[in-house]
Design a protein around this ligand. Structure first.
Ligand code: SAT
Ligand code: MN
Length: 583
């Protein structure tokens, strides 16, 4: 197999000349190809088999211990003008970036196979889908891209028809963190990544294409590429509402996307459309519609058990690639809070010793096809996506942010999104648990200046009068003893219900300086196990703390200087004004 598209053939040739692989393989995405690759990876030790009797078709990959998360400090957006990348990105001039990374690619694939992976982000026949080709020397990347994207022959055919595609060049290089770079050239629709085999750094269809490059394209073309799950919530009357939620990495997007309603909620059903990325387009009627560009989940493993997330637990019992988990004596995968079995071997492949820390890496991952999820919605294949009723922002905050509140309108919603802050997690290298601003949960993923991004968000108010309502949630509030106030998981449905009730104008709300909060009686607490007074605490606004927060948000926004949209400053002034008047 090769291609009749000259631009693609020429690019593959030029990459091969630079990287000097032993051979070139064009991926067709077939089962036979996957079978062959899996056997090769088992033989070379890239994968090992898990116990096939209990975990059929499940494999384990242990990465280099220095290569277990995204590396934001080594991730660059290389626009011609530095200001176009913005203070939210590391920047390098395109010519310098190409020179630096091409030197590392020189001969990088010697002794290896160069794989060409044509892929489609989004349903293959969707007008909203976008195409890409990843070149990689990692068979593990091929196996993951096969699950995460629509990869192979049909994608290649569409690429040949349309002629345009994102070029992604990846090599694991020698895994030396000093020679690791993830570079984006949005004007050239090009990504170059070397020195890491980890998901977000190496599966280029995911964060690099579907968020950084796509967000840049989306601005030019009038749509949004967002770090959001998409979920359908069906009530006992059979009506389904769709909601998209933006939370930072490892803050429970996968769990919320496949939530199981609590026993107190018979007749309710959750449908999963996506767990990480949403592309949002206005249709001809002004309705915002969402598609999930991905076709699989690359989810955090630790904490997944039959109680916290039975759907996820069930779906990873077969046909799953596990990365950096531990194993039991009988070679089943094991992770912290699995609540079953005991670890014998840790994620380094060494005998497990409790004193060495967790047996599974905190950012260990499963890769699995979305169709394996018991709550999978077939509308994930709908070319025109699903209509959104609400957009929900959130972060991990011990204090301050209430369980849920609603923005006054879209513009205020943009401020709420821009002000999102969250405690850092193990999904990126660096300290964990530090509060940082993560606007729209896009801090690591927005491919251009945040100030321009907020202006783009604000512009939707001029284009439609039927935009979704905007909310903010926080499942992570703690009491003075460090205990979570809200049980989370399935009980989050109670909050989603309030959100939908607001969208359907079925409930009133309490107006506060930060937005609309639920009247406590409008959150269904039947069968809910929380301590006395917890709901009141969860639904309270501490004006003093919020004044400090808005000062911090204002300072953060002002760091974007003259490019900051005036409308966002006005929204900020409205909230601070209202807080100044409140007790
Ligand atoms: O970056 S990944 O997509 O690998 C995981 C995440 O941080 O969301
Ligand atoms: Mn993510």
């Amino acid at each position: 197999m090769t291609t009749r598209l000259a631009a693609l053939a020429d690019w593959v040739d030029s990459v091969a000349t630079l990287t000097k692989p032993d051979q070139i393989h064009w991926c067709d995405g077939s089962d036979a190809e996957n079978q062959r690759l899996t056997e090769e990876m088992l033989a070379s030790g890239v994968l090992s088999e898990l116990d096939q009797a209990t975990y059929p078709n499940c494999y384990l990959h242990l990465s280099d211990p220095s290569d277990v998360a995204r590396v934001e400090h080594l991730t660059f957006v290389c626009t011609p003008e530095r200001d176009d990348a913005g203070p939210n990105n590391h920047w390098m001039a395109p010519a310098d970036a190409h020179a630096k990374i091409d030197a590392l690619f020189d001969g990088a694939m010697r002794g290896r196979t160069l794989y060409v992976i044509p892929y489609c982000m989004g349903p293959i026949d969707s007008p909203y889908a976008r195409l890409g080709v990843e070149i990689t020397d990692s068979p593990y990347v091929v196996a993951n891209m096969r699950i995460m994207t629509r990869m192979g022959q049909p994608a290649l055919e569409r690429i040949e028809r349309e002629g345009s595609f994102v070029k992604g060049l990846h090599s694991t290089g020698d895994l030396d963190p000093e020679k690791r770079f993830i570079m984006h050239f949005p004007d050239e629709l090009t990504i170059k990544s070397i020195g890491s085999g980890y998901g977000g750094n190496a599966l280029l269809g995911k964060k690099c294409h579907a968020l950084r490059i796509a967000s840049y394209q989306a601005r030019e073309e009038g749509w949004l590429a967002e770090h959001m799950l998409i979920v359908g919530i069906e009530n006992p009357q059979g009506e389904t509402s769709y909601v998209a939620c933006a939370f930072p990495s490892a803050c429970g997007k996968t769990n919320l996307a496949m939530l199981i309603p609590p026993e107190s909620h018979p007749g309710w059903k959750i449908w999963t459309l996506g767990d990480d990325i949403a592309w949002l387009h206005l249709d001809d009627n002004g309705q915002l519609r969402a598609i999930n560009p991905e076709s699989g989940y690359f989810g955090v493993v630790p904490g997944t058990n039959a109680k916290t997330n039975k759907n996820a637990y069930d779906m990873i019992q077969s046909d799953t690639i596990f990365t950096n988990v531990a194993t039991t004596a009988d070679n089943q995968p094991w992770w912290e809070d699995k609540k079953e079995g005991e670890p014998a071997t840790d994620w380094h492949g060494k005998p497990y010793v409790a004193a060495n820390g967790p047996a599974a890496h905190p950012n260990s991952r499963f890769t699995v096809s979305a169709t394996k999820n018991p709550s999978y919605s077939s509308l994930a294949e709908a070319p025109d996506g699903v209509p959104l009723s609400a957009i929900v922002f959130g972060g991990r905050r011990k204090e301050l942010a209430p369980l849920v509140y609603e923005a006054r309108d879209w513009r205020h919603g943009v401020l709420v999104g821009a002000g999102v802050a969250s405690e850092t997690t193990a999904a990126a290298t660096g300290a964990v648990g530090v509060v940082r601003r993560d606007p729209m949960a896009m801090k690591p993923f927005c491919g251009y200046n945040f100030a321009d991004y907020w202006a783009h968000w604000l512009s939707f108010a001029d284009r439609s009068t039927k935009l979704p309502r905007v909310f903010h949630v926080n499942w992570f509030r703690q009491d003075e003893n460090g205990k979570f106030l809200w049980p989370g998981f399935g009980d989050n449905l109670r909050v989603l219900r309030w959100i939908i009730d607001r969208c359907e104008q079925r409930v009133e709300a309490n107006e506060t300086p930060i937005g609309y909060l639920p009247k406590p009686e409008d959150i269904d607490t039947s069968g809910l196990n929380i301590r006395e007074g917890a709901l009141d605490a969860l639904l309270s606004v501490n004006a003093e703390q919020w004044r400090e927060e808005m000062t911090a948000v204002g300072e953060y926004l002002n760091s974007y200087g003259d490019r900051l949209p005036a409308a966002l400053k006005e929204e900020h002034a409205k909230v601070t004004g209202a807080l100044a008047k409140s007790a």
